[in-house]
Design a protein around this ligand. Structure first.
Ligand code: COA
Length: 512
């Protein structure tokens, strides 16, 4: 007999009612204010350097960074940008995009981490924040088994801030270590030298699997012409010392000599065709749009049932809820996002011991099934989670349960995405950056800190420092999650493919 149970996957409410309905338009207006502020900062970041720098760049027939990425990625696909706000309003100035655009783009259907300097901002030099941004992209590549492309057009370290760039473990030079280790995992890396590549910067392309070099644009050397002259008295041009022809025909560093940017993009695309990564089976179903009669901005970052937000994210607004009647301070369950099966965990009030135990159980189950989990973190602003500490017994129970929850999340084998929705309540954080979610985005009205200083607590302050992967318009959440799920599916299959090659150990790519 075929059973037709109706409550397994159920349609969440389509309409708002009561106070939430009454407050919806005011909430939306507040959200739109935040979004306007976000868009201003995004525009500043995308604009890059001065008009003069743009003119100089264009006069050299160089593509701007977005054009470079557009020429490489599959036509009609969108990128998932990481850290667009990084570098905004820092102590040492506002550095558009931290001089480095980092994103995941699709090349022949493969999600690829692309990092490319924006040479219109101080010659694409690396500020301290640029180093951190580059490290973050390496983390993403390693954790998600994504191949990468480096588009190098940079004056190297931003010399006035040397003392903040080089000293510590995760500072300048760490990317060489990252490249070697990611390469030794069998994850491919390609570099394009399409601008300056001096001193330590020259190691990046030299350590990748394959290198494309653009004629009359790229140069690569440890010390430039002024240094050579000072040391040896020999006068030499940058092109003679380390241009495309020199590295393609004499040093052997370059693998492909590209006559211009267009040809270099074509080389990169064809390299990706040679990776020989097989097509894989998918558990994905046909995507269905959410089925709600309200807007996510009506309920975002406000005190409303977390299911109302989940309904804006899942296919058909359908949800399979786990332990619906227990630990109601947390909502857990499964839904599909653009056809992918996804677990959701969302704060919905007091994160007491029942809620924490339920969360631990659910996260453990999702981990065993390798279902990616989305955490809608601090979806409420109110602080009633601490109410559990009114007696020693309840406080101790909450502490033990939260400890179990933290263990479950920290050791979960599932890929994880955190969306910080509203307040910053450390004790009810579901999957903060410290627990290593694969991606961490926040909404503009969310708080990164709770210091009491409004400016420091803003989402933008956090995103500027790469404490997260970016502040996004809540209306882009579903689309962002879709991209993350596509990445996870590829990553899992790519990892299995690499391991199936049965090479006992990989070595990093030792180039000649
Ligand atoms: N540190 C700090 N600022 C730097 C810099 C560096 N390493 N390299 C370039 N800049 C700045 C320039 O001062 C200039 O600033 P401005 O716009 O305020 O005038 C801006 O970046 C653009 O540089 P500019 O030389 O005018 O542009 P360009 O396109 O003709 O040349 C480079 C760009 C990167 C090729 C060239 O500046 C260069 O060779 N820089 C030094 C590279 C180097 O030796 N790095 C070693 C670091 S470890």
């Amino acid at each position: 007999m075929i059973r037709t149970a109706v409550r397994k996957f159920r349609q969440l409410p389509q309409k708002l009612t009561g106070d939430v309905a009454a407050n919806a338009s005011a909430n939306k207006a507040a959200q739109l204010n935040w979004i306007e502020k976000l868009q201003e900062i995004e525009e500043f970041a995308r604009k890059g350097g001065s008009e003069k720098a743009h003119k100089l760049h264009a006069s050299r027939n160089k593509y701007f960074i977005e054009e470079r990425i557009n020429a490489i990625k599959d036509e009609g696909t969108e990128v998932l940008e990481i850290g667009l706000l990084a570098g905004h309003d820092l102590d040492y100035g506002s550095i558009p995009r931290a001089t480095l655009m980092t994103c995941i783009a699709w090349v022949h259907g493969i999600p690829v981490c692309i990092g490319g300097s924006d040479a219109t901002v101080k010659g694409g030099t690396s500020y301290p924040i640029t180093v951190q941004k580059s490290n973050r992209l390496s983390d993403i590549s390693r954790q998600n088994y994504l191949p990468s492309i480096n588009l190098v057009d940079s004056g190297g370290a931003f010399l006035p801030l040397q003392s903040e760039i080089f000293p510590d473990k995760n500072d300048g030079g760490r990317n060489f270590y990252n490249i070697a280790n990611i390469s030794s995992m069998g994850i491919p890396m390609v570099s394009v030298v399409c601008g300056s590549c001096t001193a330590g910067g020259a190691y990046t392309p030299s350590m990748c699997d394959e290198m494309v070099f653009v004629d009359k644009m790229g140069t690569m050397f440890l010390g430039g012409p002024p240094l050579v002259e000072a040391a040896t008295g020999e006068k030499v041009t940058a092109e003679e010392l380390g241009g495309a022809m020199l590295h393609s025909s004499v040093s052997g560093c370059a693998d492909y000599f590209a006559r211009d940017e267009e040809e270099s993009a074509a080389y990169v695309r064809s390299i990706f065709e040679t990776l020989n990564i097989p097509e894989f089976a998918t558990t994905r179903k046909a995507a269905v749009e959410p089925n709600v009669e309200y807007d996510i901005l009506d309920v975002a970052s406000t005190k409303s049932d977390a299911r109302l937000t989940i309904a804006c994210l899942t296919d058909g607004s359908v949800f399979h809820e786990f332990k619906e009647l227990y630990g109601t301070g947390l909502v857990c369950g499964y839904g599909r996002v653009s056809g992918h099966m996804v677990g959701f965990v969302a704060n919905n009030g007091n994160f007491d011991s029942d809620a924490a135990l339920k969360g631990a159980h659910f996260v453990h189950l999702a981990s065993e099934r390798r279902v990616p989990v989305v955490f809608l973190q601090n979806s409420l602003f109110h602080d009633d989670f601490d109410a559990s500490s009114d007696s020693v017994a309840t406080s101790a129970a909450a502490m033990r349960a939260r400890a179990a929850y933290i263990s479950a999340v920290s050791t979960s084998k599932s890929p994880k995405v955190t969306i910080a929705c509203a307040g910053a309540n450390r004790l009810s954080d579901l999957c903060p950056r410290q627990y290593d979610p694969n991606f961490f985005f926040r909404w503009p009205a969310s708080m990164g800190l709770r210091s009491g200083n409004d400016w420091e607590d803003e989402s933008f302050f956090s995103s500027a420092r790469i404490w997260d992967d970016g502040t996004i318009d809540p209306r882009m959440t579903r689309d962002t999650l879709k991209k993350c799920m596509d990445i996870f599916e590829f990553g899992r299959n790519h990892e299995l493919f690499i391991k199936s090659k049965e090479l006992e150990t990989y070595q990093p790519m030792y180039r000649l």
